[in-house]
Design a protein around this ligand. Structure first.
Ligand code: GDP
Length: 196
């Protein structure tokens, strides 16, 4: 993908603000701070397309990026942030669920999980939701560099075993790990080939 041609396209804080899809889309879901923005930047070869390190839980909606008007990336808002009120959490869930439920263009969902934390109930619930709707999804275990190299493989096996099902790509942004594997999955799901 030609990096400079990945750009911000739209954001939506309410279901009615979600733009009509123009291309196949791949969504990235995960808790605040799991590394979604960093992974999106890594895939696009950009440092600051998606803004990293925002205050966890800072209010924001779904964020849509367009890659050469051929493919969309969608950053789904972080969830599982305890300090939000129940009302805010419910509104967020409605937004995300309505997007996931109604989006014909959605080719797949990358579910990001911090390799150190493993899969928790929110992520397990999300993949159940996706499975029920027949939406392809993939685990992305982030921040693998935070686990000592000698223990990584065992930790990946352990998290996968706990997760019960699914394939995983292991990512480290500082080490550049996982980008090619993730791109391969995105290409398979979306049918859109990356231009290098
Ligand atoms: P988001 O809230 O899910 O979009 O997460 P961000 O991409 O903003 O990342 C949260 C924090 O984790 C930032 O300080 C990032 O620099 C850091 N981070 C993200 N990915 C990695 C990674 O692969 N390795 C390490 N060590 N830090 C990472």
């Amino acid at each position: 993908m030609i990096p400079s041609e990945a750009r911000f396209w739209a954001s939506a804080r309410k279901p009615e603000e979600v733009p009509l899809a123009r291309t196949p889309e791949v969504a990235f879901a995960g808790r605040s701070n799991v590394g979604k923005s960093s992974v999106i930047n890594m895939l696009c070869g950009r440092r600051n397309l998606a803004r990293t390190g925002r205050r966890p839980g800072a209010t924001r909606g779904l964020i849509f990026y367009s890659l050469q008007d051929r493919l969309g990336f969608v950053d789904l808002p972080g969830y599982g942030y305890a300090r939000r009120s129940a009302t805010e959490r419910a509104a967020w869930k409605t937004l995300v669920d309505s997007y996931l439920d109604g989006r014909q263009a959605l080719a797949g969902v990358a579910v990001l999980v911090d390799l150190r934390r493993g899969v928790e109930s929110e992520e397990a619930e999300l993949v159940r939701f996706l499975g029920e709707r027949g939406l392809p999804w993939l685990w992305v275990f982030t921040k693998s560099d935070k686990v000592p190299r000698s223990k990584r493989q065992a930790r990946v096996r352990e998290v996968l075993a706990g997760a019960g099902s699914g394939q995983a790509v292991v990512c480290s942004v500082p080490e550049g790990e996982g980008a090619d594997d993730l791109w391969r999955w995105i290409e398979e799901q979306s049918g859109v080939r990356r231009r290098k």
